[in-house]
Design a protein. Structure first.
Length: 704
């Protein structure tokens, strides 16, 4: 078979070397160091991805190809068929090296501990070469890593990598743009479950952009295979009454590292103890599999692994009794000649940051509340439930075991508590940043809007603005400022790309614009006078309305990019309640006068801070739930195409309108309920309903 490249260079393909489900490998006549990969069904996407790969190759670390990167695209009669890549001679899959039974079949007589450490070091270096160009391997597993007799590693199946076209940026531009891709990203759509990090378990790879942190988890698994006699890091033996098909996948998803203390999984029989490894290697594995479960950014990078493996290899020594035994010099004696005595597994704790400290305090408070509830609530409820059950027994069948259901629900509380505790530790940073960002954002936005109002009264050019235009300007300033600080608070978690932050800011500013227009249309000029008791109801309604509109736009953004929740109604309603509480805080502070000796504006701002804190804690709790919630993908173009396919679109519209009407009804009920509570508490609103504007006469701007 004859093929040619874009430059007109011709090659003759001799025979098929290997065949897979997507392509087959051919040897090249007269070129023993080259092979050709031809697709069974080549597509335009294959061609475009390969063009991006050839345009942005990883650097070469030496004469040996550490990455079997495509060299040229191949064509046959002007039709794209595949690509040309290096041929790795004398290498075998990594499985043949780290599996003890396979190693014994090899003819080479290596000092295997040294060989495995050197292989691990070279593997980390190969991964670092790929990451240096902005690419992500994605499907990093034992079958696409080859190793030769000199411990040199080659990454193969590179056309399945996640490729970033366009290369990397300069450092300053990269810091300004964050993680925004410079051009198109060609995703990696495959992966093995045992090499997939916990945060990607059950996720559709076609719908996400993977990160280098995901590769670091798979790299840690491969290094664990190499250094621990082929045992998977999450393989173990159950110590509880649970029953499951695959223990390794269960412990991986739950973050239960068997070599750290836990109540469910212990190391498998026959596995070497982790403490035979170099202390830096042990620490790196704990960071990868324990700390990395809570915060993926804590996993060791490929460069860190390379430095660690270099130190671990240098620390290897020979046994004085048996020259075939090699171990790390931090041990006092050879672990093969004298087995190590058993020792308790370490209790690994994640790094205690300020955010996790707050999360830990909340967790212990919740634990105390559960204990109090168990003591003072469980027994009376069970007693009342038993009495009610006896009285209703003639009316209901025996299958309605309400007391049993209540007891079973209460028995599930420890499990639910464990889940909540883990989520608090995993996302404590997100919650604390959101709460602080909202408290600061509401304060700064209010001060800026108030400052703009003061300036407008003293600058002659601003006096030309009508009251309606001034109201629009003030609320847009408030929305843009609040959105900016919220986006800054979420930049490390949800909004890590700059265009997401810009969209978030624009959505909040647009909410301010729409809210101001509605307020001007309903109450006319002067409704934004914050010192007038007649404007209490408009201020409260507008605060709620601003939260609803901002929450609606933000929910669209969350669904579009983050794929966190399949419904934005909860986020919309929660933000509406948050806006109402913040507006209520202003009215509290103005009427209550917590500090009578200072101006009422200071008291009002204190009330705003209290309301913003309460509102932020509520929306932050919902945000934590969204992070752990459904991962159903959402795309605007998918909705557009699905609408075209709907035969009874009106039914879908009616169902959607019904769902949203229920959500808004819930918001109205909560509004009335909270106002009733405020009235009964003695510091509720005392307002009179302002008259509706006269639509027959035009509204004129006040004189300058």
């Amino acid at each position: 078979m004859q093929v040619h490249t874009k430059t007109g260079e011709h090659f003759v393909l001799e025979r098929t070397v290997n065949r897979g489900g997507e392509a087959q490998i051919w040897s090249v006549q007269g070129e023993p160091h080259l092979v050709a990969k031809l697709y069974h069904k080549p597509t335009a996407e294959h061609e475009a991805k390969l063009a991006a790969m050839i345009g942005n190759p990883p650097a070469r670390a030496g004469a040996h190809p550490a990455v079997a990167w495509p060299l040229h695209q191949l064509y046959q009669q002007q039709n794209f068929v595949g690509f040309l890549m290096p041929h790795v001679v004398g290498a075998r899959p990594l499985f043949h090296v780290y599996n003890p039974a396979r190693r014994r079949r090899l003819a080479q007589a290596h000092r295997w501990p040294t060989f495995l450490h050197r292989t691990a070091r070279n593997l980390a270096a190969a991964v670092e070469l790929v990451h240096a160009r902005g690419h992500v391997i994605g499907d990093l597993n034992e079958s696409n890593v080859l190793v030769n007799s000199q411990a040199l590693v080659t990454l193969v199946d590179t056309d399945s990598f996640q490729i970033q076209a366009g290369g990397t940026r300069p450092n300053q531009l990269s810091q300004w743009l964050g993680s925004l891709p410079s051009s198109q990203i060609y995703r990696s759509v495959v992966g093995k479950a045992e090499f997939t990090p916990p945060e990607l378990q059950g996720v559709d790879f076609k719908q996400i952009d993977r990160t280098q942190n995901h590769d670091y988890f798979a790299l840690g698994v491969l290094l664990f295979y190499l250094l621990m006699d082929g045992f998977h890091p999450f393989a173990g033996r159950l110590t509880s009454a649970l029953s499951m098909a695959r223990v390794d996948l269960h412990s991986l998803k739950q973050g239960l590292f068997p070599y750290a203390h836990n109540d469910q999984i212990e190391p498998p029989p026959g596995a070497p103890p982790l403490r035979v490894l170099h202390p830096q290697v042990q620490e790196a594995f704990y960071r990868c599999f324990v700390d990395g479960y809570l915060e993926p950014k804590l996993r060791p990078t490929a460069r860190e692994w390379g430095a660690i493996m270099k130190s671990a290899e240098a620390a290897l020594v020979n046994c004085t009794q048996d020259t075939g035994h090699v171990y790390t010099n931090h041990l006092r004696q050879c672990p093969f000649c004298t087995p190590l005595p058993p020792s308790p597994l370490p209790k690994r704790r994640p790094p205690l940051t300020a955010a996790r400290l707050w999360a830990l305090i909340l967790a212990f408070l919740a634990k105390d509340w559960v204990g109090i509830g168990q003591q003072h609530i469980q027994q009376p409820v069970l007693r009342w439930g038993s009495e009610i059950h006896k009285r209703l027994q003639p009316l209901w069948t025996q299958r309605h075991d309400y007391q049993g259901r209540l007891q079973r629900s209460w028995a599930r509380l420890p499990t639910q508590w464990t889940i909540i505790h883990r989520q608090l530790f995993a996302h404590g940073d997100l919650w604390s940043r959101w709460v602080m960002g909202n408290c600061i954002g509401v304060s700064v936005a209010g001060l800026l809007a108030g400052g703009a109002l003061t300036v407008s009264r003293k600058v002659p050019a601003a006096a030309m603005l009508t009251a309606d235009e001034l109201t629009l300007l003030l609320l847009v300033i408030f929305g843009l400022t609040l959105g900016s600080i919220q986006a800054q608070a979420l930049r490390h978690s949800l909004l890590n790309w700059v265009y997401l932050r810009v969209a978030w800011i624009g959505a909040t500013g647009l909410a301010g614009l729409v809210t101001a227009g509605i307020g001007n249309g309903l109450w006319g000029q002067g409704w934004l006078r914050l010192d007038s008791a007649a404007n209490d109801l408009p201020i409260l309604i507008i605060g709620t309305l601003f939260g609803v509109i901002a929450g609606f736009f933000q929910a669209l953004l969350l669904r579009q990019q983050m794929r966190l929740a399949d419904d934005g109604r909860l986020w919309t309603v929660a933000n509406g309640v948050a806006g109402m509480v913040i507006a209520q805080g202003w009215l509290w502070g103005r009427e209550w006068l917590l500090f009578p000796e200072v101006d009422w504006r200071v008291n009002a701002m204190i009330g705003v801070l209290i309301g913003a804190g309460l509102a932020a804690m509520g929306t932050g709790a919902l945000l934590l739930w969204l992070v752990q919630g459904p991962k159903r993908a959402f795309r605007f173009h998918q909705v557009a195409f699905s609408v075209l396919r709907w035969r009874l679109a009106s039914q879908h519209v009616r169902k959607g309108a019904l769902r949203w009407s229920r959500a808004l009804l819930l918001l109205v009920i909560m509004f009335l309920l909270l106002q009733g509570i405020f009235q009964l508490s003695g510091f509720g609103l005392h307002f009179s309903l302002p008259p509706l504007p006269d639509w027959s006469t035009p509204r004129l701007a006040p004189p300058a």
